[in-house]
Design a protein around this ligand. Structure first.
Ligand SMILES: NC(=O)c1ccc[n+]([C@@H]2O[C@H](COP(=O)([O-])OP(=O)(O)OC[C@H]3O[C@@H](n4cnc5c(N)ncnc54)[C@H](O)[C@@H]3O)[C@@H](O)[C@H]2O)c1
Length: 403
């Protein structure tokens, strides 16, 4: 046992420690935010969520459990407590597992590299031994800086760069006291094999490898449906996002969905789609130049009308499970970002973006919210948590939860 008081220590948007009690409370709040199921399925669907410990994948897991009544497996890559605390995703997973258990869902969490064949084999074994060898849904929500290709052993690294020309953008940074500053940052364009490397990590290759692996072992149920998360975003961030290296990876992911959709249709009467979600504060998104300013301004314009990830994922589950029909755009994508990209919203954000300076930023953007959201990624700034009290940090990885 190792109880201690944990104070936030950070370098920019990255924190060295996380707070177990804050992480637990956030997971409980997310669960509470999900509306009760509109119908109880005869048989709890079996789902696999890859990237289940943070951001959209965590939202997929919690909305899946609380709304769609899933059971199954969550896969993520987290660090255990040691000299420092465990990662926030470690504690969020422990909290999610406990909630699943309390609500009677059989949910197993596996910690390791989703890109490896070892993890794919491990998941296949758990599906065979524990879930009747039948997978109904797979949600793919990995955001990673690197991927090692199991066939060649080559390791690819993704980069966030514009394509063609150098790009300069306004961005938001915080000083130690939490005051925001609007700065200009420049990024050089992709060169060499930057695009191929980024596509190799964040494109659809690993998603397809998962489906192939599970299909080869006969583990896909009739009507098996899979969704991978994607992003389009604003014209304000297009040069670094959708038109940049990561956008090339998202185009590849969306193309993979079209190929998989055709294949799964023939194989098991199944479906593959991408789900285009809205901007959210996550560990991955805060690493993208300009996104912090953009999201702060978006919140300044929309306030509580922003739909949080768990709200968007409730909608996705409703569409995947047939509570309402799958609503696809002309490119075959589920669109959960329409409120973000509404022309009136984008016009208002653009006006604010163009005039934003360090002096007026507090009037234009919701900086308090943004700054707190960043801290909440690590379990800090959570209302109701006593941060002066010692907490147990040595929390074990959840064992297979038998309801
Ligand atoms: N954050 C946004 O604004 C936003 C908007 C729309 C779509 N998306 C998409 O959602 C997806 C998830 O992004 P996020 O922002 O929620 O990321 P995140 O950083 O919050 O979460 C990433 C998850 O991936 C897991 N992961 C990372 N590497 C792994 C590995 N090698 N093996 C197993 N698990 C691994 C992490 O443990 C974590 O659970 C991405 O496809 C992203 O493009 C994000």
């Amino acid at each position: 046992m190792s109880e201690r008081v944990i104070a936030p220590k950070n370098r920019g948007f990255l924190f060295l420690d996380s707070h177990p009690a804050g992480c637990e409370r956030l997971v409980e709040d997310m669960w509470q935010a999900v509306p009760a199921p509109s119908r109880i399925p005869d048989r709890a669907p079996v789902a696999l969520v890859i990237g289940s410990s943070a951001g959209y994948g965590l939202a997929a897991t919690i909305a899946g459990l609380a709304r769609a009544g899933i059971r199954g497996i969550g896969v993520c890559f987290e660090k255990a407590p040691g000299r420092r605390t465990g990662t926030a995703g470690w504690y969020r997973t422990a909290a999610t597992a406990e909630l699943a258990r309390r609500h009677g869902h059989d949910m197993v969490f596996l910690n390791g590299d989703a890109f490896s064949d070892e993890m794919k084999n491990q998941v296949a074994r758990v599906l065979e031994e524990r879930f009747g060898g039948r997978l109904d849904y797979l949600i793919y929500s990995v955001a990673a800086p690197r991927r090692t290709d199991p066939d060649t052993g080559a390791t690819y690294a993704s980069v966030l760069k514009p394509i063609g020309e150098a790009y300069s953008t306004k961005t938001l940074v915080f000083d130690d006291g939490g005051a925001g500053e609007v700065r200009e940052v420049g990024t050089q364009p992709a060169d060499g094999d930057d695009i191929e490397q980024t596509v190799a990590v964040m494109g659809g290759t690993d998603w397809e490898r998962w489906i192939d692996h599970l299909a080869d072992r006969g583990l896909l149920a009739d009507g098996f449906t899979t969704a991978a998360l994607s992003y389009i975003g604003s014209a304000l961030t297009a040069a670094i996002y959708r038109q940049g290296t990561i956008g090339a990876a998202k185009s590849h992911l969306e193309q993979t969905a079209r190929t998989l959709d055709e294949r799964l249709g023939k194989l098991v009467g199944g479906r593959a789609v991408t789900s285009v979600n809205a901007a959210a504060v996550t560990q991955s998104s805060t690493a993208i130049p300009g996104i912090a300013l953009y999201v702060g301004l978006l919140r300044g314009v929309l306030g509580h009308a922003m739909v949080p990830p768990v709200g968007q994922l409730t909608d996705l589950w409703d569409q995947l499970t047939g509570v309402r029909p799958l609503d696809l755009d002309e490119e075959g994508r589920v669109r959960l970002d329409t409120w973000e990209l509404a022309p009136a919203v984008q016009t208002a954000v653009t006006e604010r973006w163009n005039t934003a300076t360090t002096e007026n930023i507090t009037e234009l953007a919701d900086l308090d919210w943004f700054h707190a959201e960043v801290q909440r990624l690590y379990g800090f700034a959570v209302p109701g948590i006593d941060y002066a009290a010692p907490v147990e940090t040595d929390i074990p990885w959840p064992g297979a939860a038998t309801p």
